[in-house]
Design a protein around this ligand. Structure first.
Ligand code: PDD
Length: 244
């Protein structure tokens, strides 16, 4: 696999819920978007894709995490199945603003999931004791975590950086937006200034493996002592029942 890794990979990370690969069609679609962007000579039907996922996850006797990796150069496809290990995130996590700015790379828009993005790699090196770090854009906007999307709550409104801010359109983000609509929580998708995070009432991250992850502390700013704020808690309680 070394050759393929060194030539670049497009990838997806999936997980199972109740041992069933979750949102497989959305991950398949996003993978295919990368395939067509890079013009990779690769084709696989959704049925074939799901079949491999099902066979692989059956080998694991609990919830699994699945990495799907596709070589940009050779179009070789790899599936890596592992038991899903998520540390308990309900009590909240600490995050910090990364020193790294999202590098506007017109050749590979942030909406494509590809390994080896310089900004992501450098940002991940800063994680240390934190759960994730938040990348900002050259215009001072909040972009996303190095492996997650960002949400904040201000005066009862849910706010998240728009796709145009230069982010990956996360599948969990999309589900949270749909859930907020269902719960009639007002939502804004827009350009978000970094200082708005520090003035927010609540903040959370979203990503496939852990779903909704409440943020307890951003740099030195404490969002809560005991329990995540009401909107984060409501979304967390309703997330699984809504998407499954
Ligand atoms: N990360 N932003 C970035 C840069 C990501 O890498 C990810 C996913 C997300 C969240 O997307 P989703 O909700 O579709 O998982 C946002 C996965 C978990 C990874 O890096 O393996």
């Amino acid at each position: 696999m070394f050759e393929e890794v060194s030539q670049g990979l497009v990838y997806e990370t999936l997980r199972t819920y109740n041992r069933v690969p979750f949102a497989a069609y959305k991950h398949y679609n996003r993978l295919m978007r990368s395939v067509s962007f890079f013009d990779i000579p690769f084709s696989m039907t959704f049925e074939e894709f799901v079949d491999i996922l099902k066979k692989g996850t059956r080998q694991i006797d609990r919830e699994s995490r699945i990495k799907v990796l596709l070589s940009v150069k050779t179009a070789e496809l790899f599936f890596v199945f592992s038991p899903l290990n998520i540390s308990s995130v309900e009590e909240g996590v600490n995050v910090k603003i990364s020193k790294i700015r999202r590098i506007p790379d017109l050749s590979t828009p942030p909406s494509l999931k590809i390994t080896g993005r310089t900004d992501i790699l450098l940002a991940r090196r800063e994680i240390g004791e934190c759960y994730d770090v938040i990348l900002t854009g050259v215009n001072g906007q909040v972009c996303e975590g190095s492996f997650s999307n960002v949400f904040l709550v201000k005066e009862g409104r849910l706010i998240t950086p728009s796709i145009e801010s230069g982010i990956l359109d996360g599948i969990t983000r999309e589900n949270v937006i749909k859930l907020a609509n269902r719960l009639e929580i007002p939502l804004e998708e827009r350009f978000v200034w970094v200082w708005e995070l520090f003035e927010a009432d609540e903040m959370f991250l979203t990503h496939t493996s852990a779903g909704i992850v409440p943020v307890r502390r951003l740099n030195d700013h404490l969002f809560f002592e005991e329990e995540p704020g009401p909107i984060t808690s409501t979304l967390m309680e309703n997330f699984e029942p809504f998407v499954l």
